[in-house]
Design a protein around this ligand. Structure first.
Ligand SMILES: [Zn+2]
Length: 672
């Protein structure tokens, strides 16, 4: 779908109308309010603004334009949501033309989904044949799975003659190639097909949108040589590290509860859902991958990892949990009583008593890790120092400095070690990490002194791979978030805060008049001023989304229909329009400085825009000063007179620049 159509859809869609399909709204002034559909609440904090065309929850922050609302609420992809709206409002649209290669790939993927669905139905039917009942269903009944749950998860049984899947599928006209590609069968040396899952109970694995991408098969015979579980091989529709078992069934509960439980196996998920706890997924025996973490992160920040009492297993999984922390998730741990796993435990408890147990026993991960390791550590210095290293390792991956310092204080008390020691170790690890990861592009700020020497997924695999090319990959928002976290860690946090103001002005006022040049008889817009002023100073925005907003402004400003607010809010790149929607909702952070003047914002754009740009330059200079100070203190610089003098000169130039800027900032405040 092209961006003009998307803009038309957003212009036409009545946000109140769209949201009302799912949420009961009441009028309040010019806006509408209702109970937020994205988190549990009793008093309404979900606002819909018909004039701006956006909605927002003031409690959990979710919202955006009509497309965003549908994406979040119905778990649609961007294109799906846009098409849904186009149909609702009768807007004609054309799907993008695909290349022949894309068409072929798309066709192959579609065929694989069809054959997988056929196989899933075949396995489910076979659960109720005489043999299927005696072996497969009997096993599931022994595990106490109810019929409705067996149907919900589409569990099945693959007959044990070794070729019944192949026979049934070929009789239906599916070609052999497809059976091999999906991994349902494999080819023997004599060329005949053999079922991969023969004689096994079948657990279909669903994609986020509910398509069957793979199968897990559990053995029924007691054969010590055979694997207990066999899984579909990787294919163009199945990438193990990007799927989580149960997520399709759990996603809405995860959003509603704002928490995801992570367990190990198929049976754990099924038993917990059966007992009434629906927000649960399994990593299916593999250790957690970043792709899986990002999948969960789309729905919540909060995760609870369930453990049975197996110490070795817990220790093996600790590293995976550090990855959760590094992605900015809040991690808790629930240790089940000795001898219980999530499967057996949920069989014995009702949902409410299980929930009670969770509430009473889930503990913060870092505390859990400290206590776990403390049990084993003896008093000898080496084992204690290893313990401390393990803990500082986990703390050092956490992004939020406040959270880090809370943990440091607490751990120093539990471990009875000096807090400063922990701080030093955490800092050291952070430095190591940043020097190991590629450093994000730094702003190319040049002062006169140094001018001379300075030369400067997937989740929904089936849509991303073949159809949603106009959209960045599904995971890209999570990818952006993690890039932004890396920038924060590298010290750009304050700069990015100032950049946010610049982005806000671009979205809201880029097309408004900044000032009128009498001599040239023409006016300069706010966008032109911002763009030009950055160019003059050789500055680039570092925050990837704000940078993209500036880029889009530069590409489109000359378009006669360019209306900045409308342009950005309905922009087809999801992260751009989402950011635009939230920037529009944000109050102007400068308003208190200029509160003496009662003129509306639109009449103060000259003062306000110059102020935010100066403020931003000030921040950049400040950043450069910190850098050059570190250089000056570096032994390598101290020992080299040339380096030292050059660094010192730059330092002086920067200080002068800073004082100039401070004066400008101060003057303007006094002036108004
Ligand atoms: Zn909310």
């Amino acid at each position: 779908m092209d961006s003009l159509t998307i803009q038309r859809i957003i212009d036409t869609a009545n946000i109140v109308d769209v949201v009302s399909d799912f949420v009961t709204l009441h009028r309040r002034g010019v806006n509408y309010v209702g109970l937020c559909p994205f988190h549990d609440e009793k008093t309404p904090s979900f606002y819909v603004s018909p004039s701006k065309g956006i909605c927002k929850c003031f409690s959990c922050g979710k919202g955006g334009n009509a497309i965003h609302f549908l994406m979040e609420h119905e778990q649609m992809s961007f294109s799906q949501a846009a098409e849904w709206l186009a149909k609702k409002y009768g807007i004609p649209f054309q799907k993008r033309e695909f290349t022949d290669k894309e068409k072929a790939l798309h066709k192959e993927r579609e065929s694989m989904f069809i054959v997988n669905q056929f196989a899933a139905d075949f396995f489910a039917e076979n659960l109720y044949t005489d043999r299927g009942r005696a072996i497969g269903l009997n096993y599931l009944k022994n595990r106490k799975f109810r019929d409705d749950i067996i149907k919900k998860f589409q569990l099945g049984y693959c007959p044990d003659n070794g070729h019944s899947t192949a026979d049934a599928a070929t009789a239906k006209g599916f070609n052999r190639d497809l059976l091999v590609k999906t991994g349902l069968c494999y080819q023997k040396e004599d060329g005949s097909l053999r079922d991969r899952f023969w004689g096994r109970v079948i657990f279909p694995v669903h994609s986020l949108s509910g398509k069957v991408v793979a199968f897990g098969g559990r053995i029924m015979k007691s054969d010590p040589k055979a694997a207990k579980y066999v899984n579909s091989p990787e294919s163009i529709i199945y990438s193990k590290s990007n799927e989580l078992y149960g997520l399709y069934f759990a996603k809405q509960a995860i959003t509603r509860k704002d928490r995801c439980f992570l367990v190990e196996g198929y049976a754990d998920v099924i038993s917990m859902v059966q007992s009434g706890i629906e927000n649960v997924v399994a990593s299916s025996g593999t250790s957690l991958t970043n792709g899986q973490i990002r999948l969960i992160h789309r729905f919540t920040n909060n995760i609870t990892v369930l453990y049975d009492g197996d110490k070795a297993g817990i220790k093996a999984s600790l590293r995976g949990i550090d990855m959760l922390l590094a992605e900015g998730m809040n991690v808790k741990v629930l240790l089940l009583p000795d001898g219980e796993d999530p499967d057996s435990f949920s069989q014995k408890h009702s949902a409410s008593s299980f929930q009670d147990y969770i509430d009473k026993n889930q503990v913060d991960f870092i505390r859990f890790k400290v206590n776990l390791l403390l049990e084993d550590a003896s008093d000898d210095p080496i084992s204690r120092s290893n313990l401390i290293k393990e803990i500082t390792q986990s703390i050092s991956v956490i992004d939020d400095p406040i959270v880090r310092s809370v943990y440091i204080t607490e751990c120093s008390q539990i471990l009875r070690v000096d807090e400063q020691l922990l701080i030093n170790d955490v800092n050291k690890r952070q430095r190591e990490k940043y020097s190991a990861t590629p450093v994000p592009a730094r702003p190319a700020h040049r002062t006169e002194a140094d001018n001379a020497e300075l030369q400067e997924n997937s989740s929904e695999t089936e849509t991303t791979k073949s159809t949603a090319v106009e959209q960045p990959a599904e995971n890209s928002i999570e990818k952006l978030k993690s890039d932004i976290r890396a920038l924060k860690r590298a010290g750009y946090e304050l700069i990015m805060k100032k950049e946010r103001l610049i982005a806000q002005y671009l979205v809201r006022f880029a097309d408004k008049e900044f000032c009128y040049l009498e001599e040239e008889e023409q006016s300069i817009t706010v966008g032109e001023y911002i763009s030009q002023s950055l160019e003059n100073d050789n500055l680039e925005l570092v925050h990837p989304i704000y940078k993209r907003i500036l880029e889009l402004y530069r590409e489109n400003a000359n378009n006669p229909d360019f209306v900045s607010e409308r342009f950005f809010i309905s922009h087809p790149e999801e992260f751009v329009s989402l950011t635009a929607a939230s920037l529009i909702e944000e109050p102007y952070q400068l308003s208190q400085i200029f509160s003496k003047s009662s003129a509306p914002v639109e009449e103060k754009l000259f003062e306000l825009t110059t102020h935010i740009m100066t403020d931003y330059q000030y921040e950049i200079v400040h950043f450069e000063i910190d850098k050059v100070l570190k250089e000056i203190q570096d032994p390598a610089t101290i020992e080299n007179p040339e380096l030292f003098i050059s660094a010192h000169n730059r330092y002086k130039t920067l200080l002068n620049a800073r004082n100039e800027l401070a004066k400008k900032l101060g003057d303007r405040v006094v002036h108004l």
